[in-house]
Design a protein around this ligand. Sequence first.
Ligand code: NAP
Length: 288
Amino acid sequence: MTDRYAVIGNPIAHSKSPLIHAAFARATGQDLTYGRILGDLADFGGAVRRFLDSGGQGLNVTVPFKEQAWELADELSPRATIAGAVNTLTRLPDGRLRGDNTDGIGLVRDLGGNHGFVFPGRRLLLVGAGGAAKGLLEPLLETGIAELVIANRTTGRALALATLGEKLRAEQGWEWGKVRGGGLEELEGDGFDLIINATSAGLDGALPELPEGCLAPGGWTYDLLYGDRVTAFCRWGQDQGAARVLDGLGMLVEQAAEAFWLWRAVRPDTAPVIAGLRDGTLGLPAAP
Ligand code: NAP
């Protein structure tokens, strides 16, 4: 029988996840369908239950439901527990729901695996302290970076996330990856090897206000946001002379591949899917 999966969010029409998972399924010969569900803002749990009751096997969860999915899950992976947000729900054989968060590993695989960024020993700046930034905390620290500075418009949220990071380091006994948090204006004079934009400022074409010179010579920039046009933060990276300027399309595909692995125990090849989304050919019928 064909297994059913879907992505749930609100809004959801723009989501590329159905295209991505359909491409994975075709390439790996998996018998599944993957749809999109417009979640009810007042009743997220109801929509999830209805999908599962009708035979659904798993869901990806996007804005604004990731925190609600975290609360709804009957059990959580360690990385989802730390993130406080769930982007992948899996129906277990006993009917309970397991929550995971594949966003952070998606970013690390895109940067490290697809683009060859070498994490150990590097100084990183994470801009933003919302849901996405939380999901990146543990996967980034795990890579062996030298230092992680978290800067946010609302300073208190950056400080809270940095405290969580330091707690995690202590629990894991990691000697690397010292974490500190602060406001955007405190960054003067710092030169980072990689600056990650995990703010939603770009959704309105805006930029977090970063001081000049906070990118080290040879440093890279990464915007979690992606779109048909170059994002404001990618333009900023180009203006700063970044050695590499990357957007979040690769992360989107890599987080999807990790969810596919959790559901199907099969790892799809991500490169052709990223390329197909970039050049607009994914989802189009094959040329005659
Ligand atoms: P969120 O929880 O709403 O957090 C938004 C963050 O952006 C907060 O830190 C907020 O600061 C900051 N911010 C918003 N407007 C700003 C501005 N004008 N200047 C400076 N900071 C600003 O959102 P999220 O879920 O973390 O998502 C963040 C971004 O990541 C979105 O663009 C989303 O599309 C993207 N994302 C991409 C992927 C992917 O696969 N590529 C996955 C997940 C998320 P305050 O705390 O001061 O409000």
